[in-house]
Design a protein around this ligand. Structure first.
Ligand SMILES: [Fe+2]
Length: 365
């Protein structure tokens, strides 16, 4: 590797053609076999039985299932617990088998099948299996993106995240309040002092739990919506720390869908990548013209960013967890969305979004 910089002439180059990773399905049987294999091996020295699913197009040494998203199967055997670990990645998890206790930062909660929760960055995390069966969770994180940026900070002996409250006496002044704020022109541009950079207004980031037993009670609302509904039959698992970016973690949204039989969505596309885990029923998809069928227990890289795709149920309907790097893309102002192939291409978050027929649906009900 050369340590001399070079100039790369780019003025005459066409934009690089984006190399979409194709949609793939990891079938239930392969996931179940990997869970059994993880349960059968001696406990690794790290104290973690874990296997990340790498997409065949991934060329980075760190596993990734979508270019910026990893999906890791974690198994904790009865009586085992994982040593605390903290890292700068954030995660969304779903328990897919058994039950256990999650200890995340200041919170500890029990989790069972189909519960979903988020893990804030730098919170010490450990899991213990308090049941009789294997405790298995599917964990989605933004680690591949941080690895690409060479800033995936991990700590294997983490201390609880110290608050910096003592730096400012209760109710006392912030240095920021004394820093300059100078208007430049009359359209909002300013000059701000350094203090604004190092004392940002805080939005607390907490681990939140969406227990399936509670979520499931509401799923009939979306399931029973008429098939002429032009939206999706799902709920967003909303974490208020993500504010207008509509996330479950700061990088991902998680949605839980419950589709009635024989409902097929309109083909559409978005720059956010989507991964579906189906946990009831079965269905079909078309992704960039590739037709696929899937069923409960399958994991599906269901929408490479900007790929035209649509999904539909068959006679049994389906339930799915979808993870999408939507809040990240909103923060980067790169969430480009086309709701149907006849709709305009819109930059969600900076331009008015799309309207469904929910008003008519509810008036007709
Ligand atoms: Fe989509």
């Amino acid at each position: 590797m050369s340590d001399t910089f070079q100039f790369v002439e780019v003025g005459g180059s066409a934009p690089r053609v984006q190399q979409q990773w194709p949609s793939i399905i990891v079938p239930r049987s392969a996931i179940e076999a990997e869970i059994e294999r993880l349960a059968s091996i001696p406990l690794p020295a790290t104290g973690r039985r874990a296997s990340a699913i790498s997409h065949p197009r991934n060329t980075h040494e760190v596993p990734a299932f979508a270019p910026g998203i990893d999906v890791t199967i974690h198994v904790v055997k009865p009586g085992e617990s994982t040593p605390p670990m903290a890292r700068s990645a954030t995660a969304v998890d779903m328990c897919i088998r058994g039950s256990g206790v999650a200890s995340i930062g200041p919170r500890e909660f029990g989790v069972e099948r189909f519960d979903v929760w988020n893990t804030p960055s730098m919170d010490p995390v450990s899991y213990r299996n308090t049941g009789q069966d294997l405790f298995v969770r599917m964990s989605y994180s933004n680690a591949p993106l941080l690895e690409k940026l060479e800033v995936h900070v991990t700590e294997s002996s983490p201390k609880p995240v110290a608050s910096n409250e003592s730096a400012v006496a209760e109710g006392g002044p912030r240095a920021r309040d004394q820093a300059e704020s100078i208007d430049i022109g009359n359209e909002g541009a300013k000059l701000l002092g350094y203090e604004y950079l190092v004392d940002i207004d805080v939005v607390p980031s907490r681990p939140l739990l969406w227990p399936w037993a509670e979520v499931e009670k509401h799923m009939a609302n979306v399931y029973n919506r008429d098939r002429s509904y032009t939206g999706r039959h799902l709920y967003l698992l909303y974490n208020p720390a993500t504010e207008r970016r509509m996330g479950t973690s700061h990088c991902f949204f998680a949605t839980i869908a419950k589709y009635p039989p024989d409902k097929v969505d309109q083909p559409h596309r978005h720059t956010s990548a989507a991964i579906n885990y189906y946990f009831e029923g079965h269905g079909k998809s078309a992704v960039e013209g590739q037709r696929m069928e899937w069923e409960a227990g399958d994991l599906h890289f269901s929408a490479p960013g900007w790929a035209v795709h649509n999904h539909g149920s068959r006679e049994k309907g389906f339930c799915a967890l979808t993870i999408q790097d939507h809040p990240l893309q909103i923060a980067m102002e790169s969430l480009i969305w086309q709701e149907t192939l006849k709709s305009p291409i819109v930059k969600l978050g900076s331009q008015r979004g799309f309207q469904t027929n929910i008003g008519e649906m509810l008036r007709a009900a």
